[in-house]
Design a protein around this ligand. Sequence first.
Ligand SMILES: NC(=O)c1ccc[n+]([C@@H]2O[C@H](COP(=O)([O-])OP(=O)(O)OC[C@H]3O[C@@H](n4cnc5c(N)ncnc54)[C@H](OP(=O)(O)O)[C@@H]3O)[C@@H](O)[C@H]2O)c1
Length: 314
Amino acid sequence: MRAVAVAEFGATPVLTDLPRPDPGPGEVLVKLVAAGLNPIDWKVADGLLKDAVEHSFPLILGSDGAGVVEAVGADVTAFRPGDQVYGSFQDVSRGLGSYAEFAVAPADGTLAAMPEGMIYSQAAAVPTASMTAWNAVRIAGADEGRTLLILGATGGVGQSAVQLGARNGARVIATARPDTTEEMRKLGASETVDYTGGGLGERVRALVPDGLDAVLDLVGSKAQLDEIVPLMRPGGTIVSTAHALNTDALEAQELRGVNMQNEASGDLLRTLADLIDAGELTIRIDEEVSLRDAPAALARNKAGGARGKTVIRL
Ligand SMILES: NC(=O)c1ccc[n+]([C@@H]2O[C@H](COP(=O)([O-])OP(=O)(O)OC[C@H]3O[C@@H](n4cnc5c(N)ncnc54)[C@H](OP(=O)(O)O)[C@@H]3O)[C@@H](O)[C@H]2O)c1
């Protein structure tokens, strides 16, 4: 099967031909139609998890995907061949991922049936980014009457977090370059702040002289955090998906810091699908590329400037 993989940590991802995986007991083999691109994909290729988990090479990149069940392993009753499904497909210990024509996932893992009306490219764009956004907004306690600042609001996680925070009734302030201001407002941001050109802290302070209740850091810039943390109210929560927080130092300032690791599940995928179906969550696709162009799309994502999600068509 065709797949995009790396031969070793730090190698350039290439389109290659690899054996189709077999579903083991409890696993589902899916013929993917679309894969979703996330920054973690190039981070894994660069060796982010090399000391934490065993990897096999060639290592197929990618976690998120959507497609049709091709076969199921022993003991699988929840899915049947022909079912349309989406979810997380990465198993680095076996060198398997979603940038491939076929991928496997545990039936009781992060896999769900695609709701009627959901298209493959949209389904593939949901898992990592929107589940992370959901969990981050929940941990931040961004509820009715609270003020939430999102740093890095224009990317995959950010676009969902803006909508989910606003849906909870929070006042959402989104960092955005001028070209994305209107889009952020449409998604539910009350205000946007241009983070370029310096003075981010002053601009946020002008908007919220009484302080921020919660911050989502989706960027990991220490310089930005140094400007923003002093604007938080005592008892406030800051969540970083980039693991950029010194939680002890924050605690000493009466703030709660959470370096968040996403917790994925089939149930959460179903919750998000219901929101999408109800029109309460929109997934903006920034670009769709072929598998051949996936390495170039990964390089573009690494360079920054994401405007929603990138989807790879298989
Ligand atoms: N810990 C976890 O479990 C977990 C889960 C999911 C994601 N993550 C991490 O969370 C981060 C965001 O993920 P994502 O999928 O949303 O990434 P993404 O789609 O690539 O989006 C990143 C966004 O941040 C913006 N940005 C870059 N530098 C910025 C800055 N200094 N200030 C404000 N905005 C800035 C980018 O636009 P511009 O460059 O135009 O500003 C882009 O829109 C990544 O580091 C990812 O690895 C972690």
